[in-house]
Design a protein around this ligand. Structure first.
Ligand code: LAC
Length: 222
């Protein structure tokens, strides 16, 4: 029989908070390009996290997010001055939570809830505060402590060791399949939030359960 989940750890961007909310501001600044910019920006941000981890050349998530924005604007031939860049970066500090997130977390509050994110503490604290969730989370773990990004196993190990709970009793929740793959490979129980009916990557790794959004998680845990 599998042990019950004793703690829950959540990814932040894409799982709790919507990084594509930058699209509105991007569209205001660059009409007709909001969708393309927000998608390329997010894809490059993640690519830079993996590349820098592979090369052993860590820069924090704020820096690589800004670098990814510069690259994306140049690729799309958008002349983005420093003021516009700052405006877009600021949106990252106030991204909205997905609508079902807060009520679902309330239903899960009998368990210790933590965040484990690529974001720096300086990015995550205002984001959680902007969504009135400061008291919801027992811990906010950042990869910045380790200077390497997910899906390195050390990152998931850091959360498990800090919680003092065996990894097989920790439920890890992410909408990012690559993150779910890393957490499953490490040994967490994993819950993939597949909000957009995405196709799972062919990595030979299967999550413990799949939910279409966070509202389904309480049932998936029973
Ligand atoms: C995070 C990103 C990768 O919060 O979604 O870690």
């Amino acid at each position: 029989m599998t042990a019950p989940v004793r703690a829950l750890v959540f990814d932040a961007y894409g799982t709790l908070f919507d990084p594509f909310a930058v699209k509105t501001r991007a569209e205001e600044l660059f009409p007709g390009n909001g969708a393309a910019l927000s998608q390329l920006w997010r894809a490059k941000q993640l690519e830079y996290s993996w590349l820098r981890t592979l090369m052993g050349r860590y820069e924090n998530f704020w820096k690589i997010t800004e670098d990814a924005l510069v690259f994306s604007c140049r690729t799309l031939k958008l002349s983005c001055d420093e003021h516009q860049r700052k405006q877009l970066m600021q949106v990252y500090l106030t991204l909205p939570a997905f609508p079902e997130v807060k009520p679902a977390l309330e239903k899960l509050s009998h368990l210790p809830l933590s965040i484990l994110s690529n974001g720096t503490p300086e990015m995550l604290a205002p984001l959680v505060a902007a969504n009135n969730m400061t008291r919801v989370f027992k811990n906010i773990f950042s990869v910045d402590t380790l200077q390497m990004y997910k899906p390195r196993p050390e990152v998931y190990q850091h959360a498990a060791a800090s919680l003092g709970v065996p990894k097989e009793a920790i439920g890890f929740v992410s909408s990012n399949y690559w993150d779910i793959a890393g957490a499953t490979s490490f040994g967490f129980r994993t819950y993939w939030l597949n909000r957009n009916s995405a196709i799972p990557d062919e990595l030979g790794i299967t999550p413990t359960a799949i939910c279409s959004n966070l509202a389904e998680l309480p049932r998936a845990l029973t």
